[in-house]
Design a protein around this ligand. Structure first.
Ligand SMILES: CC(C)(COP(=O)(O)OP(=O)(O)OC[C@H]1O[C@@H](n2cnc3c(N)ncnc32)[C@H](O)[C@@H]1OP(=O)(O)O)[C@@H](O)C(=O)NCCC(=O)NCCS
Length: 260
């Protein structure tokens, strides 16, 4: 098994791999391949941290992005995030994802990436050193600060990096590059149509409930609950059993045991 930088000649193959890995996992179809496609020309994209995993053929991929933390006084500090990360369906749950991620994180650390935050399932990412971002007093945008965001994870790759930057508390918003499919659905549909047809299925375990969807490989943000409203019957509650809350524009749902 080899992990190495992706080459431009592999872009299409890797986008297809991403599409195959994410298809119908979190919602009917997926958009992560379009995110990746668009990110390559995005200044936030970090080509030095754009890795593929090879086992005779390509079986995995991960990319990183520049991001920002917003301090309480409104000033911004550079930070980083990563994803999508994909392992070919035939190779899932065999340890490849963790190997790829650990390798990529070490390379990122060597490059000076001091702190990463991202949305994901702690059940997977804890094996690579991630904890709830609240441990660092980093909040998720559009999520009440006083509530735990169970999907919002972080890691200090360089111990003490946040303190060295003077960051005691901050808020994170995913970079715009992760929302390209939402911003231009027509462009996304046209792009997706260049791949072989695949059926979009609503499957048990997906994050889709009446307008709550995972999009662009990120947690899903869709309006469906009034602020502080009790979760309607049959709708998911959060892991503490409390009703979902909305900070106004969005409600956020994660489901235990699922990646996001
Ligand atoms: C998520 C993904 C990258 C993980 O890679 P992987 O090679 O399948 O995972 P690994 O075998 O390295 O998993 C290591 C451990 O992480 C945990 N884990 C992995 N996938 C998990 C899942 N779907 N749910 C809960 N825990 C999971 C398990 O503890 C696992 O060990 P185990 O299999 O012995 O129980 C891969 O499954 C994938 O491409 N999924 C579809 C796309 C996706 O969801 N990407 C992540 C978006 S945030």
């Amino acid at each position: 098994m080899i992990i190495r930088l992706e080459t431009p000649g592999e872009f299409r193959e890797v986008e297809n791999l991403t599409r195959e890995a994410f298809w119908n996992v979190y919602r009917p179809g997926c958009t992560e391949h379009f995110v990746l496609h668009q990110y390559r020309s995005n200044p936030d994209f970090i080509p030095e941290l754009d890795f593929v995993m090879e086992e005779g053929h390509l079986i995995g991929h991960v990319m990183f992005s520049k991001a920002e933390l917003v301090l309480n006084d409104g000033s911004k500090k550079p930070s980083w995030t990563f994803g999508p990360i994909s392992i070919h369906a035939d190779y899932k749950r065999k340890g490849y994802g963790l190997k790829l991620l650990r390798y990529a994180l070490e390379e990122a650390r060597k490059m000076g990436v001091g702190f990463l935050c991202m949305e994901g399932n702690i059940d997977f990412y804890k094996h690579a050193g991630f904890v709830l971002a609240s441990a660092f007093r980093i909040h998720y945008h559009d999520f009440p600060k006083e509530e735990e965001a169970p999907f919002f994870l972080a890691q200090e790759l360089i111990p003490g990096w946040l303190a060295a930057q003077g960051i005691e508390e901050a808020t994170y918003c995913p970079p715009k590059g992760y929302f390209v499919a939402d911003e231009d659905p027509d462009a996304f549909e046209a792009y997706d149509a260049t791949f072989p047809h695949k059926e979009k299925l609503r499957l048990p375990g997906q994050l889709g409930y009446d307008g709550v969807f995972l999009e662009s490989g990120r947690i899903v943000l869709r309006p469906w609950l009034e602020k502080d409203a009790p979760a309607p019957a049959g709708r998911p509650t959060n892991p503490s059993g409390k009703a979902w809350r909305s900070s106004g524009r969005f409600s956020i749902v994660t489901r235990p045991g699922r990646l996001c």
